[in-house]
Ligand binder design. Sequence first.
Ligand code: SF4
Length: 414
Amino acid sequence: MEPNICMSRRQFVGTAAALGLSAVAAGCGLKLPFELFGRPSSVKKVNGLEYRTLGKTGLEVALLGLGGFHFIERDAALTKQIVSRYIELGGNYVETAYSYGNGDSEIKVGAALQGLRDKVVLATKVGARDKAGAAKLLETSLANLKTDHIDIWFMHAVQSPQELDQLLADDGAIMAAEEARAAGKVRFIGISGHGWADVLLDGLKRYPFDVVMHNFNYLDRFNFPSSEQELLPYAVEHEIGIVGMKAVGDGLLYRSPEPALRYTFGLPLSTMVAGMNTLEFLDGDMAVAKNYQPMSAAEQERLFADAPELGNYVCRQCGKCLPNERNVPIPTIFQLEGMLDRQMIDITNRDAAETNLRYQLAYWFALGDVAKERYAALAVNKDDFASCAAVEPNCPYKLPIVRKLEYVDAKMTA
Ligand code: SF4
């Protein structure tokens, strides 16, 4: 009965919004990226590599950016080879962070960029939330990178409302950034975060950041729907530059680099940073970037349906299990599971290597306590789960809804 369906979906949207989750995801399905934004446009090509404008900064950046985290696993000589080759192949966006090995990555990148500094947009990040601590770390970063200015200085990994409050306070890191910008040591100020986009969105609304950096991939699209459905539209509307990271989900999508990169290139970001710490990785990712063709709607739907990493376990937030007899908010519960462990800890027996990888990545964003609090606030009745068997045939992805609900409840209440 249609009125009943609408009423039920409104209830679920309200429940999700009250929990700070994606209201779009709660009952009506997620929109495809190009339905929200249209197709991103390029400004030019360099050696066959697309460049896009980074929001209001006006910087023109290569679609494939070079991430610095994994240089801590390589020596200075190989880092130099990779950085040089990346630039030769047409790249111009190089990023690192002080916290990557307490300056180790910055030192290697700085050495690699000698004689090449003016060919790249150089970004680094600061984890200190107070003004004095951030100002001190900036001097260290400038020395490590052997440069007199950073193009984009990110407030690094802002994960909680408390951290955001601290850095935006009168004695917060943002004041160090503003003074550094006035002194010509920093050109643009950014904010970065993982997993939970709500804090970043709040940050963009409270302070005129030039650039935002966040994780985007076809797995976390379903774990953290607000990233694509709310953060990106806000950034696009306000012309805030968007830098993507974690196209391969920190490694879980490692068997699928081509569709993983291709999917993210279709988002309205200007550059997707990838951690390429061998020449082979660099050549492979660069080939995907240079051959990039946008995915059609049908291709995107096929990817979501067939991706082996999503299988018949990851909830695609389509809402087709709503309404149900006992009003169990199934997509909302599975969205909270995404927040808890990215739906990586599932009910499949796997080999030891795959299991270890999943346990390494599942809790990377450390949002377990928040997820558990929100799950408790839902006050679901476990006795209602069995009734969801009636809507299992509605699930286009053949999720074992009842079994998954019981498994999630066990994880949330452990
Ligand atoms: S459980 Fe299945 S039907 Fe329900 S929202 Fe998730 S993917 Fe869609």
